[in-house]
Design a protein around this ligand. Sequence first.
Ligand code: ZN
Length: 126
Amino acid sequence: MGLIEEIKSVAKLVQEAGKLELYEKLLKAQEEALVLLQENRELKEEIKKLKEALTNQEQLLFENNMYWLNKHDGKEGPFCSRCWDINHKLARKHNWSDGDGYKCPACNTYIEIKHRPPQRIQPLYY
Ligand SMILES: [Zn+2]
């Protein structure tokens, strides 16, 4: 039997016995228990989200101003660096323009990967 059902069954017995003051205290305890149960559910959800965020943080690679999830079967992504850095949300970037641009559907951050030719390093002569 759960906490609320337990309080209800005791409250019913107390009410039947005519102990109204005790009955009212049990109703208050029931209300407080409901609030605590709700708070407990929210905290569990928050812990779950934080664990997921921590796991993702450990597996994120930053490349070309975007994040990639490093998975055992390869890279997944790209994901928006702005959304992750500010909100810890993995927002998948959508391919944009003709293949080299990526746009975040959540915040509209646009990244274009520039393909530069390899640069030669010029020796310095004095
Ligand atoms: Zn974004």
